[in-house]
Write a protein that binds this ligand. Sequence first.
Ligand code: ZN
Length: 278
Amino acid sequence: MKNIYRQKTALKCVSLTIAIFAAALASSALCASTAQAAECPRKDALGKDALGTSRILSVDAATTPRVGLKSFPQTLPLRDHEVVLTFDDGPSPPTTQRILAALAQECVHATFFLIGRSASAHPDLVRRIAAEGHTIGHHTWSHPNLGRIKPEEVNGEIDRGIAADEMALHGTSTTTPSTPFFRFPYFESRSATLEMLQSRGIVVFGADFWASDWNPMTPDQELSLLIERLDAARKGIILLHDPKARTAAMLPAFLRYLKENNYRVVHLVPAAPSGDRR
Ligand SMILES: [Zn+2]
């Protein structure tokens, strides 16, 4: 996905270079530095010291079909002080854009579990999330409690969500997810559904801890709560919600806290690419 960004930037650079041939060398240098700065402010001309993504972790259903200690006995193989940032229930303007800006400022990548209905309403924002290098997982079409709806409707909710996300991302309505990551709304799973997802090679994500950002609280209160839980757990998959304004408000300070306390952000990607992942 980074490559898309680089390619687009490169195209602009080529055009510029052709138009002003005499200044080709200077233009190329300018474009290269702009691309780097936009991609990672850690490398900008001011030398800003951003948090940065420390490593990329490949995840696949064969090894880790279900992760997240809030729901399952297993979680991702994270080291001490390593965290994974996940955001649920988007895309949702304008808070998703604020979240993206905060992540870009610190040069970190997250995973967004999208609601298909929202992805259909905001396809440009879905593509922006992907173009900025984040991973896109799936979170059903309309966010029902899958443990409470009719069993025969469960798979339809999941597949309609995947198809809507894929349509927004790549213009193809397919129930084969380009990134096979799924999270149950409210973490309400069914054993038959878990088995179905595993048979399709789709990793089910719980979380290791969260900020409880669905509860009314100020951004400062959310920040304190999240830091308290982080320092107790020392690592893990963190659940946040990008539609929540309090989360968007506290995220820059939280990312600074991670940097200043030697936490490292791990970016998740699917282990075995299939289809058009680019
Ligand atoms: Zn949700």
